[in-house]
Design a protein around this ligand. Structure first.
Ligand code: SAH
Ligand code: SF4
Ligand code: F3S
Length: 457
């Protein structure tokens, strides 16, 4: 690795990101790790020197998208006379490995989510057409240790990965196979990264993990060897000057402990938004999914959360048409949704994934039944989302201004409850937390009027 190249000629890097926020975070880290080699991010794959597809394997459609995209990029590579390196990263890379290069020979490199620190070396080798082109070993700790801890921030909000992997093995899900076993980063590492972000003006940090509330990292070295939970971590990060908002995603009901719930009542920086996927409201289906909790246990957590923080916005994921799901099971899901009342939720038709236990179960639900159930569920969720947004009209709320809006003079930002907010205001508000009076609401956003700056101390 040399930095000489970076001085001589900047190279064009295009990364396309699919899937979850972990991938968004990983794409940022790939940019960080390639920057010293002279790679500058660009917005299109045309004429890029290096194209990275950071892929998702969660549903069949997600995986197929990657191969059709690769077909397009192959044409660009040909048009560039072969002067383009194509890398496939992420969960499809992990799951399919060398098969990707067989299906699309234009691909130069395949690397799984635990190998990003090796990217510079692999790219250098690929450009000389020597060495290994496949890297899909699980070495998560090595990855975290090897990636630079200082980060380049982009705006006032940032993701910070604290936990990777999953040991839950829900019977429908590929993540335990693509991301490996659960692993938590130590507090000291997380603190260094958080401070580096805060020093660059980041005010809002989202702690990421496939099972973020399973995080149980080693406490600060100065305070001995004890292990911390996520509630303690949130209290600790809240003390870093400049960090005004802390979120975490995605959580699992099995790992929700009383200390984290209590922290929501005590730490003002901990935002009133909880994404806690339930998948189904039927205990029979939850059991077949191997979720390890009942609908009642989930509802109990939601009730406790609302006691600790009455304005808590609740979010979830749902799967309809899991094998064996009857009309009654689906009605149980609808009942659960009515009981909770969601601010936002994501819902999917069950997609059989190769190698997962559910793919071999009996009772696969016909496509048209899945369609009908998804439509009914989404109609209910949309109605709840619209009502939740409308409940903010008339209130003056603190908005983190994330940048300029689409129209001249317009700014956009985010509410404590994760809603997009737009309002007229001066450019210099970007990066600040300001009071905005909400005057309108739609399904996807709030419209407001700028009231006054309420800079946190
Ligand atoms: N770790 C998170 C979610 C990971 S995947 C959790 O445990 O909640 C994101 C969402 O994709 C899941 O919550 C689930 O709703 C959905 N999903 C996962 N596998 C799926 C499959 N085979 N078919 C349809 N949806 C799926
Ligand atoms: Fe997948 Fe279940 Fe793990 Fe979430 S908890 S990543 S749904 S196996
Ligand atoms: Fe997709 Fe992998 Fe995330 S399968 S949802 S990118 S962990």
């Amino acid at each position: 690795m040399t930095t000489q190249t970076s001085q001589s000629e900047p190279k064009r890097l295009f990364i396309k990101t699919y899937g979850c926020q972990m991938n968004v975070y990983d794409s940022e880290r790939m940019r960080d790790v390639l920057r010293p080699l002279g790679y500058q991010p660009v917005d299109t794959a045309d004429n890029a020197d290096l194209v990275v597809l950071n892929t998702c394997h969660i549903r069949e459609k997600a995986t197929e998208k990657v191969y059709s995209e690769l077909g397009q990029i192959k044409k660009m590579k040909e048009a560039a006379g072969g002067k383009m390196t194509i890398a496939v990263a992420g969960c499809v890379a992990q799951a399919e490995g060398a098969e990707i290069m067989r299906r699309q020979p234009a691909v130069d490199l395949v690397l799984g989510p635990q190998a990003y620190h090796k990217l510079p070396e692999m790219v250098a080798r690929a450009s000389r057409a020597v060495g290994e082109r496949l890297e899909t070993e699980f070495e998560t700790l090595e990855k975290f240790d090897a990636l630079p801890k200082a980060r380049e921030a982009d705006g006032p909000s940032a993701f910070l990965s604290v936990q990777e992997g999953c040991d839950k093995f829900c019977t429908f899900c590929v993540v335990p196979y693509t991301r490996g076993a659960e692993l938590s980063r130590p507090v000291d590492d997380i603190t260094i990264e958080a401070r580096s972000l805060a020093a660059q003006g980041v005010r809002d940090i989202s702690l990421l993990g496939q099972n973020v509330n399973a995080w149980h990292g080693a406490g600060p070295k100065l305070e001995g060897d004890g292990e911390w939970g996520l509630g303690q971590l949130a209290r600790h990060l809240a003390k870093i000057g400049g960090i005004d908002r802390i979120r975490y995603t995605t959580s699992h009901p099995r790992d929700m402990d009383d200390d984290l719930i209590a922290a929501h009542g005590e730490v003002p920086e901990l935002m009133p938004f909880l994404h806690l996927p339930v998948q189904s409201g039927s205990d029979r289906i939850l059991k077949a999914m191997n979720r390890g909790h009942t609908a009642e246990r989930y509802l109990d957590i939601m009730r406790k959360m609302r006691e600790a923080r009455p304005d808590m916005a609740l979010a979830s994921d749902f799967i309809v048409g899991f094998p064996g799901e009857s009309d009654q099971d689906f009605e149980d899901t609808m009942d659960l949704v009515r009981e909770v009342g969601y601010a936002i939720a994501y819902s999917f038709k069950y997609s059989p994934r190769p190698g997962t236990p559910a793919a071999d179960m009996f009772g696969h639900v016909p496509e048209e039944v899945k369609d009908e159930r998804l439509q009914r569920l989404q109609a209910l969720l949309k109605q709840q989302q619209t009502e939740f947004n409308a409940s903010k009209v008339g209130q003056t709320i603190p908005v983190l201004v994330t940048g300029k809006g689409r129209n001249p003079g317009q700014m956009h930002g985010r509410s404590p409850w994760m809603q997009a907010v737009h309002f007229d205001g001066p450019d210099h508000l970007a990066g600040q937390i300001v009071d905005v009076k909400i005057v309108g609401a739609t399904l996807n956003s709030l419209a407001g009027e700028y009231a006054a700056a309420v800079e946190a101390a």
